[in-house]
Design a protein around this ligand. Structure first.
Ligand SMILES: [Zn+2]
Length: 263
């Protein structure tokens, strides 16, 4: 059976560490690198519920997209049961569950988060978005479609509970995508001649500025734009280690709920 260290090295072969942003925290973040692994749980995030699911399912390893911890955002000065992060670390350590996180390196990797997002939306001729820091992609639809129609298509393809968008009055054909919080690349999308940019975590003024500049801006949600990469991680691990039992979390879902708004 492979060790955690071997599985980390294999995943870096697909999403090299050098592709990660310098503020990021990726790789094997918790547990014993020499631990033998028989069962792996794949999840976009590592929550207490996911840690429980791994332990109850006999998984020695969780492979996730978002880092378990990043001390640049959130210094870890204590590990205590009365703190949610401490409780999570204690559950993982007590259950003997290691964690490997592939974050911005997986966003940037060929065939990673953003190539999968572009493919899921049916874009073709997909390439790196100039000025998109190796993260965002740009591609085209076979023919222009009305924005409302494209938004409905995106909601279906990405299993979104709801979508927020700003309409710049242009049909959709040349589309930039950036899974997760990539709103800062709206100008790069405009400069690359895109009519539409699909990303997540957009603020009010981001919508306002994009619409004024002539760019349709779609916020399809953080979880829906990134979760498709989990299926890729599962197949990658199964291909590399046929002896491993690998499955996606059955319980982890978008924490954000949508109430019905005005159509
Ligand atoms: Zn993310």
């Amino acid at each position: 059976m492979p060790t955690v260290r071997e599985i980390e090295a294999y995943l870096y072969g697909f999403a090299p560490k050098e592709l990660a942003a310098d503020w990021d925290n990726v790789g094997h973040l918790l547990g014993d690198p020499e631990q033998d692994v028989k069962r792996v749980l794949v999840s976009l995030d590592i929550t207490e519920a996911v840690a429980r699911e791994a332990r109850d399912g006999g998984c020695e390893l969780i492979v996730a997209h978002h880092p378990l911890m990043n001390c640049r955002w959130h210094p870890v000065q204590s590990i205590r049961r009365d703190d949610p992060q401490g409780r999570l670390f204690m559950a993982l350590l007590a259950g003997g569950v290691s964690c490997i996180c592939m974050h911005t390196n997986l966003d940037a990797a060929p065939g990673g988060v953003n190539d999968i997002l572009a493919a899921t939306l049916g874009l073709s001729g997909v390439e790196l978005l100039p000025g998109g820091d190796n993260i965002c992609r740009v591609g085209t639809l076979p023919e222009p479609v009305p924005l409302r129609e494209f938004v409905r298509h995106a909601a279906k393809a990405l299993h979104c509970g709801g979508i927020r968008y700003a309409d710049a009055g242009r049909p959709v054909q040349r589309v930039a995508v950036g899974g997760g919080a990539c709103g800062e690349y709206a100008d790069a999308a405009l400069n690359a001649g895109c009519d539409t940019f699909l990303t997540a975590d957009v603020k009010y003024h981001g919508f306002l500025d994009a619409a004024a500049a002539g760019l349709n801006l779609i916020d399809a949600g953080h979880f829906p734009t990134e979760d498709p990469v989990c299926a890729k991680l599962v197949s990658l691990l199964r291909d590399g280690f046929p002896e491993l039992s690998v499955r996606k979390s059955a319980i982890h879902a978008d924490v954000i709920r949508y109430a019905v708004g005005e159509e």
